[in-house]
Design a protein around this ligand. Structure first.
Ligand SMILES: Nc1nc2c(ncn2[C@@H]2O[C@H](COP(=O)(O)OP(=O)(O)OP(=O)(O)O)[C@@H](O)[C@H]2O)c(=O)[nH]1
Ligand SMILES: [Mg+2]
Ligand SMILES: [Zn+2]
Length: 409
């Protein structure tokens, strides 16, 4: 049985899916919310109200959570508030358990599905059986998670359903990919000791296919979370765009966890250049020796340091082809669209920017921009979005991963 740990090292991040270190949310770049004021973390959003968990309260009798509104000034500047945001709270009404968010700190990271700020880690849960471990699917989830630039902790659950031999073979294979998963059984060993250290003190999003035990895992770690556990494993509710609520639950020893609904096939949309950085095997080989040509796609180029003698090589080729098709489609689509213009950045990357248009157009087009140009176009108009439109809830789509990364624009 292998004790898990975190994957080492990162590849070059692709700009379009890179998690921004700045908020891009209209807040000046200050280290953190005012040190003298009341500070806390937004743990849930309900319509225009935000539940803030305060870092500390003046006396123990005071409530630790306040239901807050957002100051009109923040609304005016288009400052959105998301779950995970670090905020300063003013005018606390301790008896009524109310307050007002006066300031939002710059975000370290931002995921847009579900919308959560300051995520430190993705806990990727797969089950060893029921549903059966599908290495191809696991690989796609891993690569999608890698593309966010956020740390990944891989967990293989339902240990009780498989024998030692099966487990060892799976662990060997994942080791060759560069991952050392944590092996759990919520049913047999609900203490989940091995997960406490990687999850302690950080904000983690739990993701993975349906029925693998994500909600069960959170319930075992945080009994007060009381998340719904699906009776029939692996069955997805019918229908697309089901709206769900996102909430951060606090671990008894510190640290925050968010559940997400299961998805079965994440769509990877990235450039061919970025793809290689999402494979630890490629990163490791390149760290030891560079390919002869800087723009090597590691297919069959002369002087390639990566080669073809590794387990996921065929998958890499498959995804490379998908990435090339995706890139070409995006290029054609954008070039034919008079609403966008092509620009080349200082580091030679082609980016597409919306041409200036009327306020009316900008509002109407925002959603379609996101769907079609998601990973390619910087959404410079985010600040103009109605801030209450999406806060705290997210649309799910069976072809989309729940933790799709949207570079914080
Ligand atoms: N045998 C076994 N069953 C488990 C284990 N963990 C969870 N389950 C069962 O697996 C089923 C699915 O668990 P959930 O926690 O709802 O799975 P989920 O990943 O949250 O699923 P979605 O919400 O659909 O994405 C439930 O019937 C659980 O009781 C485990 O370690 N072993
Ligand atoms: Mg669940
Ligand atoms: Zn190469």
């Amino acid at each position: 049985m292998a004790a898990g740990d975190l994957k080492q090292g990162r590849g070059p991040a692709e700009p379009s899916v890179e998690i921004s270190s700045n908020s891009g949310n209209g807040v000046p770049d200050v280290p953190d919310a005012a040190p003298t004021g009341l500070t806390g973390t937004v743990v849930a959003v309900q319509a225009n109200y935000y539940w803030v968990r305060l870092d500390r309260v003046p006396t123990v009798e005071f409530p630790r959570r306040l239901l807050c509104t957002r100051r009109a000034r923040l609304k005016k500047v288009g400052q959105r508030v998301a779950v995970g945001d670090r905020v300063t709270v003013e005018e606390p009404d301790w008896q009524g358990q109310r307050g007002a968010i006066a300031q939002v700190s710059p975000r370290r990271s931002y995921l847009d599905r579900p919308p959560i700020a300051n995520v430190d880690r993705i806990l990727l849960v797969f089950s060893l059986a029921e549903p059966a471990l599908d290495f191809n699917q696991l690989s796609r989830f891993l690569i999608k998670a890698e593309s966010t630039g956020i740390d990944i902790c891989l967990c293989l659950n339902k240990r009780d359903l498989v024998g030692d031999r099966f487990l060892d073979t799976a662990l060997d294979r994942l080791d060759r990919w560069g991952y050392k998963p944590i092996v759990t059984s919520v049913i047999k060993d609900p203490s989940l000791e091995a997960l406490r250290s990687p999850l302690g003190g950080v904000t983690t999003v739990v993701a993975g296919p349906s029925g693998v035990g994500k909600s069960s895992t959170i319930n075992a770690l945080i009994p007060t979370a009381k998340l719904r556990v699906s009776a029939v494993s692996g069955k997805l509710a019918r229908g697309r765009h089901t709206t769900r609520h996102v909430e951060l639950f606090e671990l008894p020893g510190g640290g925050l966890l968010a559940d997400t609904p299961g998805f079965n096939q994440p769509a990877l949309r990235c450039t061919p250049e970025a793809l290689a950085g999402y494979f630890p095997e490629i990163r490791d080989r390149i760290a030891q020796q560079n390919c002869r040509y800087g723009n090597c796609r590691h297919r069959d180029e002369p002087g390639c340091a990566v080669g073809d003698s590794w387990d996921r090589y065929d998958l890499y080729l498959e995804l490379l082809e998908e990435a090339e098709v995706f890139e070409e489609q995006q290029r054609q689509q954008v070039e034919e669209d008079p609403k966008f213009k092509r620009k080349v950045t200082r580091d030679g990357q082609a980016v597409y920017e919306p041409r200036l248009a009327s306020q009316r157009y900008r509002r109407q087009s925002r959603r379609s921009q996101h769907q079609t140009l998601d990973d390619l176009v910087w959404d410079q108009e985010q600040a103009e979005l109605d801030p209450d439109e999406l806060d705290g809830e997210f649309a799910t789509d069976l072809e989309e991963p729940p933790w799709h990364s949207d570079a914080d624009r």
